[in-house]
Design a protein around this ligand. Structure first.
Ligand SMILES: Nc1nc2c(ncn2[C@@H]2O[C@H](COP(=O)(O)OP(=O)(O)OP(=O)(O)O)[C@@H](O)[C@H]2O)c(=O)[nH]1
Length: 850
């Protein structure tokens, strides 16, 4: 029993298919055993019956057959009969005849082999037979039978049946197996789909195929999956919504927290004092500034009534505060008050302004109040300071332009009413820029202060002095007795201003120029008077400085013209009407163009091309010349950028005005301009400065030249020979090239002095190892003489006129060194001391040119 239970329990643990197969197999085995034991039994019985009958029949046959042989007795016949008996019955193994004449025996020599297996033989379903027959004539016949053949037949039948059965069973198992396999596959698909579904793939579906059951199962699964998917979808949606709501709530919470924190931090760090109270006026919060301004800390202040902590020094202020707070608690509007004196715990009083407002809940009900106040003592002070500054010049302490303007109106009004003389004197220091540049800004400031002080001392109570800005001052002299008195005053003042200035232990020399405009009567404005004084000042400046000049109505027109011209030139520069023309520079001996001189032209919309002499004089003493110079530099560099590919050895020279060149920031700005054209090497640029401009401050000019040369730029001294420079000056100026002025070159063929001068300049250049170029070469004869004097470089109308940039390259390409130049180059040089003779020979050159 325990074994049976054990078997049952292990069977129950098996899979469905194994569980199904085991009983079927057992059942089939039992059926097969029963069926084949019955079959073997039936077949053996049948075979036994036939076996017995065959033995019986053989006995009967031999009884009959042997009778005649025994009667004779014929031994041979008997033997034949016995042998035939073995042939007739295959089961008979031996036949023995005993008769009175002897005995005979026939034995089967080859016994049949059993075909069945050993176990079958062991069944002994048929036994060997032995029969004895008593024949008539005292003879006995003994027959022996072996059941081998009938048993083989039984085994044959059983085996055949077994094969058929095995085939049947095999087929049944196969079909069953197929059925089970397809079910198993379906279940596996279901299991996979279920797993995927479980893993979150809610869109998974089973294909509707296979057996009816499989399709039904797939449909059921699919329906279920669909419903679950819909369910999960809606669950996820609600979860998402919930999540979003949660996130919103959290973010709102975070915002609220941040807001709260911000408010707290703001309250703590705000520059204003903030106090909040409840409806009874008791303090709830008291920020850091409130604590500083009142001297109370928060713990002390909390719970106090507002007016006990926020104590206003005067009774009226305190009373107004109480009234305002009562109105606010009753729902009143915001109250602002300025100029209140707040008493600190220490007794100190500060100026404050405050704003009080109600704090309301969401329904609009008043919950308390907030009082914001700030210390305005500093602000007041600042306002006072600003008001002073708005009317005064900070450096000198004198009234400024704004203050002057209102005072000027008053003085003018008074002069008009009383018919008195009012003198408007505009002072400008002479070459003040030089003080800044040479001695520094601080010394410049000090000089300005001392000038202001001297003017102020002179002005006293009666007159009025103001600083307009820079180094310009205005002095108003009201109630003057006449032009003579003004002249005397000016002379005295200029003398006072020309006295030495002591700055930081240094003695500074400085003078001033004054422009004076007089108001006698009539309708004129302060602005106009100042303009007139300005024009007079201009005259004082151009007539030598350190002097006064009275406004002259005749000159007014001329100045006005200058002013208009300046305006026009400025507009032309801005409007893009300026052009650069280029004049080629030729190495006459080599017949090669070595560069260009960039020359400024104004492409006037009405007047056509205007030369620089017609407009530069109006602007050369103004900063406009700097703008023009920088435009020229940029334009020349832009042009060089495109010519670089044509000839990288060209040098383009640009004229720089003295005012531009001597500016403090010249090198800095030039560096910046060069940086805008990184493809142009600085050695392609040459700056031409007038010899005369270089003479004004050799030290300064030299420093600028050296700084530019460090950048790679070269220098030419223009119009050389006209500036009367001394050798020592020339020695100090690091020029690269001297440019012989065209006025000498032009006349050198006919004027001996000029020829001497040209020769001297060339000799000077040689002595100082400088390059030399001659301008004004109008004929080949000029060139020939220059080459003979030792100057191979030249420019002038004889080579080419200045031309627009677009014409330069075609001109250079077409330029052909005429044979006359080459012939001239072959002429022998003239020794400098022999230049007189050379002139004669120069005539040969002229002849050649002709
Ligand atoms: N130290 C100092 N310099 C100033 C101040 N305001 C302007 N400047 C300089 O004053 C100079 C005024 O120069 P200008 O009047 O144009 O020229 P200048 O050298 O006096 O030459 P002229 O007037 O033609 O004689 C400029 O260089 C200004 O930079 C200042 O407050 N302090």
């Amino acid at each position: 029993m325990p074994l049976l239970r054990k078997l049952l329990s292990s069977w129950l643990r098996m899979g469905t298919y194994t569980r199904l197969f085991v009983p079927i197999f057992a059942l089939i085995a039992v059926v097969v055993c029963v069926r084949y034991s019955l079959l073997i039994e039936a077949e053996a019985a049948d075979a036994n019956l036939r076996y017995q009958l065959d033995a019986q029949e053989l006995g009967d046959y031999l009884n009959t057959t042997l009778k005649s042989g025994l009667a004779l007795p014929d031994r041979a016949a008997l033997e034949t009969a016995l042998a035939g008996a073995l042939l007739l019955n295959q089961d008979a193994s031996a036949v023995r005849l005993d008769y009175p004449g002897g005995h005979l025996e026939a034995v089967r020599s080859v016994k049949p082999e059993p075909t069945g297996p050993a176990w079958f033989q062991a069944l002994h379903a048929l036994q060997p037979l032995s029969r004895e027959l008593a024949l008539s004539t005292n003879a006995t016949l003994e027959m022996t039978f072996e059941p081998t053949l009938p048993l083989n037949r039984v085994w044959h039948t059983v085996r055949q049946q077994a094969q058929i059965s095995a085939l049947n069973v095999g087929l049944i198992y196969l079909l069953l197996g197929l059925l089970i396999y397809s079910n198993k596959r379906m279940l596996a698909r279901l299991a996979r789909a279920t797993d995927r579904f479980q893993a979150g793939e809610h869109g998974v579906r089973l294909p509707l195929r296979g057996t009816l059951e499989a399709r039904a199962l797939a449909a059921t699964f699919n329906n279920m999956a669909q419903e679950v998917q819909a369910l999960v979808g809606s669950l996820q949606r609600s979860q998402r919504q919930l999540g979003e709501q949660l996130a919103q709530t959290r973010s709102a919470q975070a915002q609220l927290l941040a807001e709260k924190e911000r408010i707290e931090v703001t309250l703590a760090s705000i520059g204003d004092a903030v106090v909040t109270t409840d409806l009874a006026g008791r303090i709830l919060t008291f920020n850091a500034v409130a604590q500083t301004l009142t001297g109370l800390d928060e713990a002390q202040a909390r719970g106090m009534e507002l007016h006990q902590a926020f104590v206003l020094a005067n009774n009226f202020g305190q009373h107004s505060l109480l009234k305002a707070m009562a109105a606010i608690y009753a729902g009143g509007a915001v109250v602002k008050a300025g100029g209140q004196s707040l008493r600190h715990l220490s007794g100190q009083v500060r100026m404050v302004e405050y704003t009080a407002a109600a704090i309301r809940d969401s329904a609009g009900r008043v919950q308390g109040s907030v009082l914001v106040f700030r210390d305005v003592s500093e602000k007041r002070h600042l306002i006072q300071q600003m008001s002073w500054q708005s009317n005064h010049d900070v450096l000198t302490g004198l009234p400024n332009r704004a203050a002057l303007s209102s005072r000027f109106e008053q003085e003018l009004e008074q002069a008009r009413e009383r018919q008195q003389l009012l003198a408007v004197c505009l002072f400008d220091l002479d070459h003040f820029q030089g003080i800044n540049q040479g001695l520094g800004q601080a010394v410049g400031d000090e000089v300005l202060k001392q000038v202001a002080s001297r003017l102020h001392d002179f002005a006293g109570q009666r007159h009025y002095v103001a600083r307009l800005g820079g180094d310009e001052f205005v002095l108003l002299l009201p109630q003057m007795d006449g032009r003579g008195a003004v002249e005397q005053a000016m002379a005295r003042l200029l003398a006072a201003l020309a006295l030495d200035y002591q700055c930081d232990g240094e003695t500074v020399k400085m003078s001033a120029s004054v422009g004076v405009a007089l108001y006698r009567d009539g309708e004129t404005s302060a602005d106009q008077l100042l303009r007139h004084a300005d024009q007079a000042l201009y005259q004082a400046k151009i007539t030598g400085r350190n002097r006064y000049h009275f406004f002259d109505a005749d000159l007014d027109e001329q100045v006005r013209t200058h002013h208009n011209r300046r305006t026009e030139v400025r507009a032309a520069l801005r409007g893009g009407e300026m052009r650069l023309y280029y004049q080629p520079k030729l190495n006459m001996r080599r017949g090669r163009i070595v560069g260009m001189e960039a020359l400024l032209r104004w492409q006037h919309p009405e007047r056509g091309v205007v030369g620089p002499m017609d407009f530069l004089p109006f602007v050369e003493h103004t900063d406009l010349i700097v703008d023009i110079g920088e435009w020229v530099l940029r334009e020349a560099l832009r042009q060089l950028q495109s010519w670089r590919g044509f000839d990288p050895d060209w040098v383009v020279s640009v004229n720089i005005a003295a005012r531009h060149f001597q500016r403090n920031d010249f090198v800095e700005r030039l560096t910046a301009i060069l940086a805008e054209f990184p493809d142009v090497p600085p050695y392609m640029l040459e700056l031409e400065i007038l010899e005369s401009s270089a003479l004004s401050d050799v030290g300064h000019v030299r420093a600028i030249m050296l700084a530019c040369q460090a950048l790679g730029i070269s220098f030419a001294l223009d119009d050389f020979g006209t500036g009367y420079s001394s050798m020592s000056y020339l020695k100090r100026l690091p020029a690269d090239v001297l440019k012989v002025d065209q006025s000498f070159v032009r006349n050198m063929l006919v004027d001996r002095d000029d020829r001497h001068l040209v020769s001297a300049v060339i000799g000077l250049a040689r002595a100082f190892e400088l390059g030399v170029i001659a301008e004004g070469v109008e004929t080949v004869a000029h060139g020939a003489l220059l080459m003979r004097l030792g100057c191979d470089l030249a420019q002038g109308f004889g080579i080419a006129r200045p031309m627009p940039s677009a014409e330069v390259l075609p001109w250079v390409s077409a330029f052909d060194t005429a044979p006359v130049w080459q012939a001239a180059a072959l002429l022998p040089p003239i020794a400098h001391q022999q230049s007189d003779d050379g002139a004669g020979r120069a005539q040969d050159g002229a002849a050649l040119a002709g």
